[in-house]
Design a binder for this molecule. Structure first.
Ligand code: PMP
Length: 411
């Protein structure tokens, strides 16, 4: 066990998450659905509640005390996020509803302005629907085409094939940092480098990466990076789009309305500067405050310690599940994080999920919004246990025991 894992006191950490301490169907809750959404520490719940109890006001428009406080909190959250992903400037942090909205924003602004007939957008075979459909909508509108980098049987992107898809027609690469269905950590630095060599910008879908590893957008070199607050122990309805200022400056606005304007007449509207040009309407103020509290919490634990602890837990789970007869892990990349997707011969994943639920174990079953991944592995669905730093070896043992019950029932 390495030093980072040794200092990680999971029992103390679990006390910070009130929701974990309940029974489901009379059994202690074992929450293994963290890739869908993670649970919130008391500090996040308190920060949101404090906002409504003491500071609630709209931002940027009021001169009164409450509005000033709300505005300060909102802008401090932006700076916290800038530091969290090591962006060069807070103007490069745009608040959105989540990963999905962030990708749609880029597709509808950068994409519409830069993609034309015959152009191509490169994605990969392990993308979430949120990183497929916005590009299909854009491609249909513009007469462009999607090109898909294939994956091998472990669920790793074939880099040579990826590279061969990059051409003079490629307008953008959009790739997951970590796959939600398989857990694969993609070699994003290398992938960005290969695209940049040809002058192609890269968007990274960081929905599954931001909660599990240190992200440094300048070190990776990507042009856009998106993630959701609710997977990072923060509230739902808030997410982040990072974009290089030089690109964001050139992009047309996404939505029109309050705060994104500099001046409006019936003849012409001029747009606000970054980041406000992309933040039309009253934003999710409480969301930014909750997300900032989540980032404080995660920073206190340290992302390196979190990653080391989770890697250890993943190894433990992989080893235990590999020993279960008739169980096949789907997604066995050498670089992998926090996801155990599997199928059991002769049992539909929905039945697995239901029987586990009766034992208090929350997992997700289905296609995980990644139908092409299921097609690639020739399965209609999988059962997915996804980990967070508050999970324990005992919970993995409970999962394995639960699977034993499934097999008993389906004999
Ligand atoms: N991309 C990936 C890799 C995801 O895991 C998810 C959430 N499952 C999304 C995009 C979409 O995130 P959201 O629903 O928060 O917009």
């Amino acid at each position: 066990m390495n030093a980072a894992v040794a200092v990680f006191d999971v029992n103390r950490i679990r006390k910070d998450f009130p929701i974990l301490h309940q029974t489901v169907h009379g059994k202690p809750l074992v929450y293994l659905d963290n890739a869908a959404t993670s649970q919130k520490p008391q500090a996040v719940i308190d920060a949101i509640s404090h906002f409504y109890a003491t500071d609630c006001s709209n931002i940027h428009r009021g001169v009164h005390q409450l509005s000033e406080r709300s505005t300060r909190n909102y802008e401090e959250a932006r700076i916290k996020i800038q530091q969290f992903i090591h962006a060069a400037d807070p103007r490069e942090i745009i608040f959105v509803r989540g990963t999905t909205e962030g990708i749609n924003l880029v597709a509808q602004t950068y994409g519409r302005a830069n993609v034309g007939p015959g152009d191509e957008i490169v994605i990969s075979a392990l993308e979430h629907h949120s990183n497929i459909v916005p590009w299909q909508i854009l491609s249909e509108e513009k007469g462009a085409a999607l090109r898909v980098a294939p994956i091998n049987d472990r669920g790793e992107i074939l880099l040579d094939e990826y590279e061969s898809l990059l051409s003079q027609r490629t307008r953008l690469v959009s790739i997951a940092h970590i796959s939600n269905a398989l857990g694969t950590i993609n070699p994003v630095r290398r992938m960005v480098e290969l695209a940049h060599r040809r002058g192609i910008p890269v968007l990274l879908d960081g929905a599954q990466a931001a909660p599990h590893m240190k992200v440094d957008v300048q070190e990776i070199g990507c042009d856009f990076y998106v993630f959701s607050g609710h997977k990072l122990y923060g509230p739902t309805g808030i997410g982040v789009l990072y974009g290089k200022a030089s690109l964001l400056d050139e992009m047309p606005p996404f939505q029109g309305g309050g705060d994104m304007i500099s001046s409006v007449t019936f003849e012409k509207t001029t747009y606000n500067t970054l980041p406000y040009k992309f933040e039309a309407g009253t934003p999710n103020i409480e969301g930014t405050i909750g997300l900032a509290a989540a980032i404080d919490y995660v920073n206190r634990l340290g992302l390196d310690s979190i990653a080391a602890y989770e890697a250890e837990l993943l190894e433990y789970g992989t080893e235990k599940l590999s020993r279960v007869p008739q169980l096949r892990l789907v997604g066995t990349a050498r670089e992998k994080a926090a996801v155990l997707s599997f199928v059991i011969d002769g049992v539909h994943p929905h039945d697995v999920g239901t029987i586990l639920d009766h034992q208090g174990i929350a997992v997700r079953t289905g296609h995980h919004c990644a139908q092409p991944v299921m097609d690639r592995f020739g399965v209609p669905a999988t059962t997915r246990a996804s980990l967070a730093f508050y999970n324990t070896r005992e919970e993995i043992d409970a999962l394995v025991a639960g699977i034993g019950k499934v097999k008993e029932i389906f004999g």
